[in-house]
Design a protein around this ligand. Structure first.
Ligand SMILES: C[S@@+](CC[C@H](N)C(=O)[O-])C[C@H]1O[C@@H](n2cnc3c(N)ncnc32)[C@H](O)[C@@H]1O
Length: 344
């Protein structure tokens, strides 16, 4: 996937126009108002020339900062900005890779950077940020998000004096709602979009105080059953279809292979089968929605079982796709696909 930002010219072109981003100062003011001025340790992801980190450190006089970026040009500019300020350390790191061990933070910020990662990586990064945060710590992402329609995207560009053909090929824009859902599913609290002007938005949430398990613990294995709510199936029919989906993972294996041993399963499946075999049931409201989840889960490399009812007792004899199961697998991996669905 394209990312132009390691090129010096790309970074320099941005630095020359960054002060012209409309309403930027409003977004930054909203971000600062989410941050406690007694924060002690702050991380800026995709720090560029350190502009945002300098605002946050001015707001939190007792804090130290870590400025992370993968662009040597940007890091050089950030070093120039902070000069001999011993409060700031610099980390050259590509956010496409898991974050290195940076210690813990009570504040993680980012501005206009994370949208250069793929959607799958964005979600994983949010999970890593959750893990890095102290209990009660805050994550503030002042971000470039997608417009709901192409017309609104074009209008946004017009206001910036730009056109779709000039779009940065490194941009991988995602809507606000999906990202808020992810943050909630990961475990952030008080999640909202606190400020928005067209494609610029402040997404923020806090790690609950005294939280116990972190979501990246490998023991969080689950299976998710997704059921069509629009079919208005009888309760008993719903349960039967859901059970059918949940059992398919094991029944299909038994039918295909004889004998089957626990060693034939993945680590996650093994843990699930020998543990509490956690299940969650969510709903969708149409067949296309069901199939969208089906395709996303397959793309994410998850085991999926789609149930097509023969229609003999309901659905007037018409074979009908009623539900599916995903997993069992790592809860974070499944949440990336089903995290936005309503529980049934
Ligand atoms: C639009 S600039 C924003 C810079 C700064 N945060 C600001 O608000 O001015 C995007 C920044 O993200 C950095 N960036 C993009 N992709 C990255 C990646 N995969 N890993 C680390 N940094 C990345 C770029 O080098 C650049 O500094």
């Amino acid at each position: 996937m394209t990312n132009e930002w390691t090129k010096a010219l790309h970074a320099e072109a941005y630095l020359a126009r960054m002060k012209d981003i409309p309403h930027r100062d409003e977004g930054e003011a909203a971000l600062l108002s989410e941050i406690s001025s007694d924060s002690r340790r702050v991380l800026d992801l995709g720090c560029g020339n350190g502009h945002l980190l300098s605002l946050v450190l001015a707001h939190c006089p007792g804090a130290t900062g870590v400025a992370l970026d993968f662009s040597p040009t940007m890091l050089e500019k950030a070093r120039e900005r902070f000069g001999g300020d011993g409060r700031v350390t610099f980390v050259e790191h590509n956010m496409d890779d898991p974050l290195p061990d940076l210690g813990s933070f009570d504040c993680v910020v980012s501005s206009f950077a994370i949208h250069h990662c793929t959607h799958a990586r964005k979600r994983q990064l949010y999970t890593e940020i959750f893990t890095l945060l102290e209990s009660g710590g805050v994550f503030c992402n002042l971000e470039h998000v997608s417009s709901p329609t192409r017309e609104l995207h074009i209008r946004f560009l017009e206001i910036l004096g730009s056109r779709p053909e000039d779009d940065d090929p490194s941009n991988k824009l995602l809507d606000v709602e999906t990202q808020l859902c992810w943050l909630r599913a990961i475990g952030f609290e008080g999640v909202d979009c606190f400020w928005k002007w067209r494609e610029l938005a402040l997404l923020s949430g806090r790690k609950p105080s005294n939280t116990g398990a972190t979501p990246s613990e490998p023991t969080r294995i689950k299976q998710v059953v997704v059921l069509r709510h629009d079919l208005k199936m009888r309760r008993g029919k719903q349960i039967a279809q859901g059970a059918h989906a949940a059992m398919s993972f094991i029944c299909r294996r038994l039918q295909a292979q004889d004998p089957v041993s626990l060693d034939d399963f993945t680590d996650a499946q093994h843990k699930w089968l020998t543990g509490s075999f956690a299940k969650v049931c969510c709903r969708v409201n149409s067949e296309p929605e069901l199939m969208e989840i089906h395709d996303k889960a397959l793309d994410a490399g998850l085991e999926v079982h789609l149930i097509t009812d023969s229609g003999k007792t309901e659905f007037h004899g018409v074979p009908t796709r009623t539900c599916l199961s995903i997993g069992p697998d790592d809860a974070d991996k499944i949440d990336a696909v089903t995290g936005c669905l309503e529980l049934l």
